[in-house]
Write a protein that binds this ligand. Sequence first.
Ligand code: CU
Length: 285
Amino acid sequence: MKLHALLTAATLSAGLCAGTASAQITGKVTLDGKAPEPEQVNMAADAKCAAAHPDPVMDESIVAGENGELANVVVSISAEGKELKGEAPKEPAVLDQVGCQYTPHVLAMMVGQDFVVKNSDPFLHNVHSLALDNPAFNFGQPNKDPGKKMTNSIKVTERFVIKCDVHPWMISHVNVFEHPFFAVTKEDGTFSIPTKGLEDGSYTLEIWHEKLAAEPITQEIEVKDGKATIEEIKIMADAAEARADDAAGEGDVKLVSAEAEACKTSGGACCAKKAEGAAQVAKSN
Ligand SMILES: [Cu+2]
């Protein structure tokens, strides 16, 4: 079965400027189309959760700004036939529970990185990992808790969900990589992948979103002098609905395109070479 997924007008330019800011793969992910109205999370089942939020709490499965800036998209790279490696960060990846929500909602970390789950709420949550490839865990945190460092608990690459069995709306998506070349988009849709230790060359950019690109969208990029700038990556706002249609056998794959443009840097005009980006629509069976 084919997935509906759209990646349009991805403008890609390889940075060719020497002596500019630190080396990174940067870009921005936005929605093509209007974001669906987020649903309100109903925390009425637990008065302590409801009391923590004077304002309505919105579902975080699609967090988009006024101009479609898409947060919580995981952007990473891979290279065919090449194993990307790097040292795991010394500081642990941290997941917190605040007002009956996981923070962050989408977490990216490295194999071998320590993992800490905190509880900032003065009442019970349980932390239930649904990992299949990594050792799963399931423990309660009855009160505020700075968390214990779990060492060597994240062993292999995997995307998995952590949920709270007390509060069924509490979900966090953990994305584990074998290398440090990944980032999660911020509220303004931007991302910045560090490239320290990365050889220049051709790579595949992988773009994952829990609802709109659950089968990651890919795009070829060129990294030059440790840099690549992807001006805009667009994801179809109704990709999730389209996928549901497709599951019913009525779908088709939508437009995909990418174009190249010379880049600008803080240092001024530069970068003559244009690089062509090729976007692919993810497929699933
Ligand atoms: Cu909970």
